[in-house]
Design a binder for this molecule. Sequence first.
Ligand SMILES: Nc1nc2c(c(=O)[nH]1)N[C@H]1C(S)=C(S)[C@@H](COP(=O)(O)OP(=O)(O)OC[C@H]3O[C@@H](n4cnc5c(N)ncnc54)[C@H](O)[C@@H]3O)O[C@H]1N2
Ligand code: MOO
Ligand SMILES: [Mg+2]
Length: 425
Amino acid sequence: MAEKRTPIKVTDAVQRVMKRSPAGEVERVKIEQVYGRFLGEDLTASHDVPHFDKSPYDGFALKAIDTKTASRETPVTLEVIAEIGAGSVHKGVVQRGEAVRIMTGAQIPAGCDSVVMLELAESFSLERRNFVRINRVYNEGDNISRRGEDTQKGTVLAEKGSYINPGIAALLATFGYKEVPVSVKPKVGVLATGSELLEVGDDLEPGKIRNSNTYMILSQIERAGGKAVYFGQFADDFEVCYQQVVSALQQVDMLITTGGVSVGDYDYLPEIYEKMEAGILFNKIGMRPGSVTTVAEKEGKLLFGLSGNPSACYVGFELLTRPVIRTFLHSPAPFLQSVTGILGRDFKKPNPFTRFVRGSMRFENGRIMAFPSGLDKSSAVASLADTNALIVLPGGTRGYEEGMTVQILLVESQEGLSRMSIDKE
Ligand SMILES: Nc1nc2c(c(=O)[nH]1)N[C@H]1C(S)=C(S)[C@@H](COP(=O)(O)OP(=O)(O)OC[C@H]3O[C@@H](n4cnc5c(N)ncnc54)[C@H](O)[C@@H]3O)O[C@H]1N2
Ligand code: MOO
Ligand SMILES: [Mg+2]
């Protein structure tokens, strides 16, 4: 009789994996290539932004005191002694009775303390000299973007391990990072097992299916921030698969296999782990789908034995492999973003284990709704197409009804959590 496996809680499984989850190295890449990478160090403001007082408008820089008596009836007239565009700096100090024509972004000239918008000033020339008429009072500081008003030198703007979004790219450029320290992507190997597997380009044959898991996992690895390395698909042959797993593991930081992890006659992964003397962290998790997900460790590298069933494989990756990839990338928040929302449709099937239903989360009338997608079976593949969330349905004897409050894990979100918790596990 096959060995009996003892299921452990999802959070325990995740904890066991995280305990053996190393952080990777840091490398430098050109700033043009940073989008979607993870910061290799804290991004700290190395100077004030802006680093000089500047004009937010096209207009005239002047001394506020000169406008003290200005009104519609008694406008004051100032002589425009110079003109500066953004990037130019006025030499000299502006005196009482003088103004400088200034463009948006230009540094405020010495001696000036306020700016008048072009539309609110009346300019004119007289005997080749330029003047501006002002008809209201301005105070010191009016219409000036102050040095450091955006951010001050020394402020930490993004933590090490942050996902580099377009805003962070802008900041990296602001502080002169021509090359950016980023976390090295973990090399994540993928190896598919199964004598029933056809290559993607093959015609269908009776009893055989095309290998879809490989391409799903390659995409999941990229989405998580890793570098996928594909080693191919192999028939259920113990020796072949053993050799392939051993050799693939040497070339990567962690290895994912799909299929062959349950108790069938040709499910060889458990024996492969045994032969290579890898330590088994667990071989059964109290969840659906993905209960057969097995994780082993060999010389500091993790082997993820994901199920062959597409939905189980998908869920196993998101719950267990993703946080390991994010930890390698130094992310302080490696776990899936979790929100509370409303179940959009009945889900009547009860289950003793926590269920992670593939679904789509969307906003409806300001509420977060989650709709189970298609067939909810471990073997389902079609329902993965519109999946952007895993709906957590705690185990129990009752099903779930539309309108109930549920936990939703967001698989498409680049945000994350520093802790993982599963409702009522
Ligand atoms: N007697 C028992 N039978 C099964 C149990 C059990 O506890 N006792 N567990 C079931 C559960 S739950 C799952 S999930 C599957 C897990 O099976 P394996 O991980 O061993 O995977 P395979 O047997 O290799 O394949 C399962 C299924 O998935 C298809 N598959 C495999 N690879 C791919 C691929 N690359 N792309 C697409 N589809 C793939 C394969 O053809 C099978 O249909 O075991 C249950 N059985
Ligand atoms: O691993 Mo199986 O998915 O629990 O269906
Ligand atoms: Mg099997």
